[in-house]
Write a protein that binds this ligand. Structure first.
Ligand SMILES: Cc1cc2nc3c(=O)[nH]c(=O)nc-3n(C[C@H](O)[C@H](O)[C@H](O)COP(=O)(O)O)c2cc1C
Length: 346
């Protein structure tokens, strides 16, 4: 057992999950993380011009302040998304705000974009090593111009991140999800696209959406993203819904639900976005992935890449070795020479 794994296991026994997370990040920064073997070449894929060594990324929220991207890449992730970062540092909601639903292999969080702000985040990103690292940008809770906050994030971090994610899907900043629909969405996408046009270069931009969307909203979002030329949609964030099968005592807590109970819902919505995309942009599937079978199901539903977070809370970063091996074996068993061949094949 690696030093990291025993550290993580001990950390997970702490009663407070946020303290456990802090300890895990400290261990990663200290170089105690696992290092895994090279990827199977069949897992490599091009995501909007990004050459991913494997399609399994670390989802946003684990490394909100860009403290440990190198350690997570070394642990086997094909790419790492840091953030959500907001222009100004923010404390987030009062603790407790992170709940482990162990019986359900799930998490509920209402963190509320706690982060160090763009200045410190930019400094850390500037000092990072090789590997694909994205920046997930958001708006401050008290901002008078929330759309302006996304433009500020993009502009300040331009040249420092390999891709950007415009996150309009956190349920924990009141009113944020309203940016996913109607005129607010058009204005957001228009202003971010305009800013990108003035910055030069070809850094991809993705929109991260909630899984809690109506059919008509899915069509409208897909058309809006295609019309401004964003490179993809990340489907998706945590859900406000509460499947009736949840058994843990924390199931009634306010916040977004993630982990195993989110797998079916988020994969269904991913499939709907795949239909609506009609090949105009890429999809990244997130929600409930805890195994190679889960990750592979998202690829077959239309994702070119996937991300996970909650499974780490229960399995530890060793999970990545199994997921990658299992995905490669499934590709071969189904007769695909490369991952790209399997995308969207039902
Ligand atoms: C504690 C916690 C914090 C999160 N913070 C963010 C965040 O800051 N920005 C974001 O876009 N998503 C955030 N997420 C959502 C994840 O990136 C992911 O979309 C969601 O958890 C579903 O994936 P999973 O089931 O593999 O965890 C957070 C999730 C958790 C559990």
């Amino acid at each position: 057992m690696s030093a990291f794994h025993s550290l993580a296991t001990r950390a997970l026994r702490l009663s407070d999950p946020e303290d456990a997370h802090r300890l895990t990040l400290l261990g990663l920064q200290a170089g105690l993380g696992p290092r895994v073997a090279a990827d199977d070449p069949a897992l490599a894929i091009d995501l909007a011009g990004l050459a991913l060594p494997n399609p399994v990324g670390l989802a946003a929220g684990f490394d909100k302040n860009a403290e440990a991207p190198a350690a997570m890449l070394a642990a086997g992730f094909g790419f790492v998304e840091c953030g959500t970062v907001t222009p100004l540092a923010q404390r987030g909601n009062p603790r407790p705000r992170l709940f482990r639903l162990s019986q359900d292999r799930a998490v509920i969080n209402r963190m509320g974009f706690n982060n160090v702000g763009l200045k410190s985040f930019a400094k850390r990103l500037a000092g990072r090593g090789p590997g694909i690292v994205g920046a997930n940008i958001g708006a401050n809770k008290e901002s008078a111009d929330r759309i302006g906050d996304y433009v500020t994030g993009l502009t300040r971090l331009w040249g420092l991140a390999d891709y950007f994610t415009v996150n309009v899907s956190s349920p924990n900043t009141p009113g944020l999800r309203a940016l996913q629909t109607g005129e607010a969405l058009q204005e957001l996408l228009g202003r971010v696209a305009e800013a990108r046009g003035t910055l030069g270069g070809i850094t991809p931009v993705f929109l991260k959406v909630a899984p809690d969307l109506e059919d008509a909203e899915i069509e409208a979002i897909a058309d809006a993203v295609a019309s401004v030329g964003f490179e993809g949609i990340i489907v998706g964030n945590t859900t406000l819904s509460r499947p009736s099968a949840l058994a843990s005592r924390w199931r009634g807590e306010t916040g977004g639900l993630s982990g195993a109970p989110l797998m079916a819902l988020s994969t269904r919505v991913l499939g709907q976005f795949h239909q609506a995309a009609r090949g105009r942009f890429a999809l990244i599937g997130v929600g409930g992935i805890a195994s190679g079978a889960d990750a592979y199901a998202k690829i077959r539903a239309g994702a070119r890449a996937v991300q996970l977070y909650s499974a780490l809370v229960f399995a530890g970063p060793d999970l990545m070795i199994n997921i990658r091996q299992d995905m490669a074996a499934r590709l071969k068993a189904d007769g695909f020479a490369s991952l790209a061949e399997a995308v969207g094949v039902q």
